[in-house]
Design a binder for this molecule. Structure first.
Ligand SMILES: [Zn+2]
Length: 263
């Protein structure tokens, strides 16, 4: 009985929330080029496959915090193979041009091991969060804005040789800040960067959302109308700080989509 209730709840959620992410299973990895790097793929045991349900739940979790994600059209493939490069086990790869994420089976002995330089503990949740972090940065943040983020994090942009380190820090911050707290407590592991907090979270929400409106100005215009309704309601309640925040937000969107600002 309990199981039936769970299944019904799940179906209800599927109908209640629009989702554009496509989540599909693949037996083998298609032959794709990832910057000319050599990856090896080997058939995995089905006990090592990652759970589709976990991925679906995580995608819904992210959409709750970042509502614009419901309108981003991307695909997640769960591949029934283990992926390695040299001796390193690879958990996920993203094709940023086609917005496709490939997640691989996790060898049993790797679960609970090191995920990346910034975050401890391997979980499927954090692998998908990390890859979505890459995808959103690529889709909605310019290199210049990413450099601003790195500076805010205390990084020295004069010392970096390529964007890779920034990309990985951003993806791991994204996973740490937005991922669901299920299963394992996640530890921010890097000694050179402080654990990200509310400031970083707000920065990422604001800049990704503005980047989304820049790409989809019609959605931005709808949000400006919503902000106006919020402004009017706040003014009516004499909440002048709240009204000002709605006004500032509407102007940030106007600026992002190239409309004249309002005083
Ligand atoms: Zn990465």
């Amino acid at each position: 009985m309990k199981r039936r209730i769970l299944v019904l709840t799940f179906i209800f959620i599927l109908f209640a929330l629009p989702v554009y992410a496509e989540i599909l299973e693949l037996d083998t990895m298609p032959n794709l080029d990832f910057h000319g790097l050599e990856y090896r793929f080997e058939k995995a045991d089905s006990s090592e496959f990652i759970s589709k349900e976990v991925v679906i739940n995580e995608v819904y979790w992210l959409q709750e915090t970042l509502p614009f994600l419901q309108k981003v059209n991307y695909s997640v493939y769960l591949v029934g193979e283990v992926c390695t490069r040299d001796t390193v086990n690879i958990l996920g790869l993203s094709n940023l041009d086609t917005l496709e994420i490939y997640l691989f089976a996790i060898p049993q002995e790797k679960i609970g091991g090191q995920l990346s330089s910034y975050i401890k503990t391997v979980t499927t949740e954090h692998t998908i969060d990390h890859e979505i972090g890459h995808l959103l940065r690529y889709s909605f943040l310019s290199d210049e804005i990413l450099l601003d983020y790195y500076k805010m994090r205390g990084g020295n942009i004069e010392e970096i040789e390529s964007l890779t380190e920034l990309e990985e820090l951003f993806a791991d911050d994204f996973a740490y800040l937005f991922g669901s707290p299920d299963l394992f407590p996640i530890t921010f592991n890097d000694i050179s960067f402080k654990t990200p907090g509310e400031k970083e979270k707000q920065w990422i929400i604001t800049n990704l959302t503005l980047g989304f409106y820049k790409k989809f100005p019609e959605e931005g215009k709808k949000e400006i109308l919503r902000a106006r309704t919020v402004y009017n309601a706040k003014m009516k309640n004499k909440d002048y700080i709240g009204a000002e925040a709605a006004h500032v937000w509407a102007n940030q969107i106007r600026q992002a989509i190239g409309l004249p600002l309002q005083g």
